[in-house]
Design a protein around this ligand. Structure first.
Ligand SMILES: [Ca+2]
Length: 477
């Protein structure tokens, strides 16, 4: 009793012992590939904090982003829906006329309604008009950029020449609340992003240590143009990309240390993931798929499979590797279950993956997955470890020389991929079409494809879905 009184007098967080609702921290990187962390195979730089987080929690090996592109992936993450179900596709550009519809319910809205304090520090990318910004979608606080960090009027090397291909973009704002607080104008400014967001996140945790909170930290790195602050430049053996990764890992370490310092670790679920695979045609400024096929902007595993690590001291068994299928659309129902928050009123696609977090290897909360891309193309479906890729025009990075030092290399956007059935257990690289050998699997996955098409459509076969909902439209287009 005396000790508690003393702690209270010192201003230390005695309250956290009595707190029931767990805090949620969701860290999402941008374009970080499946092979980009030490614990997932990175070799020329170290990510000790994330490796430790995996050791003390669970790491997934078949975790898929909703789609392999920024806005669609984030829409899926925050609403628990396939992004095409709610009308969000691709990567939104500045002054976008669409965003998440006001009728959709985000994780932030659901937690806020359940008494949580909600903050986002990082890249939003779900519409930059005021009505679409985070404060209008359930967040109490927002500091960050409204879209990708390369949507700025600056050339790939940081200069502003007359013939600059990026001249079409407005200056890149760092928004605070609903208004620009400053602008990111140079590569040196980009180098400060991770530091700024880490500091804001820590302040948010400190301020709200006595309340349940939801902290969403969508770090804009390592999306190009990458840069690291002075303390991390030259630290890795893999040039600037490795430096950026080491700073990102430091940032995660700072967040985890803050939880420890405030005695919040046992009451905080921490999630780490990425929005899509690496932007491979940027060569030495892009990450690694860890050998998976293709990369960002494709529905092959290199585009869509990403690291996923969860830690919750005392609640999740330590040191697990989970090979069950899951997606970022599953986070909303899982977080709702853990925090005892009601689910959205409208239909969602996510499933509760608590059983996988608990280390249950027999559980199969997600049996299937639909790989949509572009506006509404059903490019592939998955059932367990089987994946059927449908004939589709798609992006390929193969056969092209990647770019260098911030400049992109060429790629092809309309490669005519043929239908193929892959067994991802034996063929994670999606190389060997086994349709002829497994006709019953082929039929099963074709049926699954038809089910997806009937529900949310398929532009490739000109099929309208019966359940698609429209994106939010700008008030003054
Ligand atoms: Ca991205």
């Amino acid at each position: 009793m005396k000790k508690i009184l003393l702690l209270a007098l010192l201003g230390l967080p005695t309250i956290s012992f009595a707190q029931k609702k767990p805090n949620i921290i969701l860290i999402m990187m941008d374009d970080l590939g499946y092979g980009d962390l030490g614990v997932y195979g990175a070799s020329q730089y170290q990510t000790p904090n994330l490796d430790k987080m995996a050791k003390e929690g669970v790491r997934f090996t078949h975790f898929l982003s909703a789609q392999a592109v920024c806005s669609a992936s984030r829409a899926g993450l925050l609403t628990g829906c396939y992004p095409n179900r709610i009308g969000i596709a691709g990567a939104l550009f500045p002054n976008s006329k669409v965003g998440i519809d006001a009728e959709e319910e985000t994780i932030a809205e659901l937690l806020k309604a359940n008494g949580y304090r909600t903050g986002i520090f990082g890249k939003w990318h779900l519409g930059d008009r005021k009505e679409f910004l985070p404060l209008q979608h359930g967040f109490d606080e927002y500091v960050g950029i409204p879209y990708s960090n390369d949507m700025w009027p600056v050339n790939y090397d940081g200069t502003r020449p007359e013939n600059n291909p990026k001249k079409i973009h407005p200056e890149l704002p760092l928004i605070r609340g609903n208004e620009p607080a400053s602008y990111i104008k140079t590569l040196d400014d980009q180098a400060q992003i991770t530091q700024i967001l880490t500091k804001e996140s820590i302040q948010f945790i400190e301020k709200n240590k006595a309340k349940p909170f939801f902290l969403y930290l969508p770090n804009p790195m390592p999306h190009v143009p990458i840069n690291a602050s002075a303390a991390f430049k030259g630290k890795s053996k893999q040039g600037l990309y490795g430096d950026v990764m080491m700073e990102m890992d430091w940032s995660v370490g700072q967040i985890l240390q803050t939880l420890k310092r405030l005695h919040l670790a046992e009451n905080t679920l921490v999630i780490f993931t990425s929005d899509n695979g690496p932007w491979q045609n940027f060569g030495n400024h892009a990450g690694s798929t860890g050998g998976l096929r293709e990369a960002k902007g494709t529905s092959f595993e290199g585009g869509q499979r990403v690291p996923f690590i969860v830690q919750w001291k005392g609640h999740i068994p330590e040191g697990q590797v989970q090979s069950g299928l899951a997606s970022n659309i599953d986070l909303l129902p899982t977080i709702c279950a853990i925090t005892k928050s009601p689910l959205p009123k409208k239909k969602i696609d996510g499933v509760n993956i608590q059983s996988l977090l608990q280390g249950n290897t027999d559980a199969e909360p997600r049996k299937e997955f639909y790989y949509y891309y572009r506006t509404n193309n059903l490019e592939a479906v998955r059932k367990g470890t089987w994946k059927l890729v449908f004939a589709h025009p798609g992006r390929t990075h193969e056969g092209f020389m990647p770019g260098q030092d911030g400049f992109p290399g060429p790629l092809r956007e309309d490669f005519p991929f043929k239908q193929a059935l892959y067994d991802l257990r034996r063929d994670p690289g999606e190389r060997y079409d086994v349709s002829e050998k497994y006709p019953e699997k082929l039929a099963e996955l074709q049926t699954l494809g038809n089910q997806a098409r009937a529900e949310i459509g398929d532009d490739l076969l000109k099929i309208k879905g019966s359940e698609n909902r429209a994106a939010g439209k700008a008030l003054n287009p």
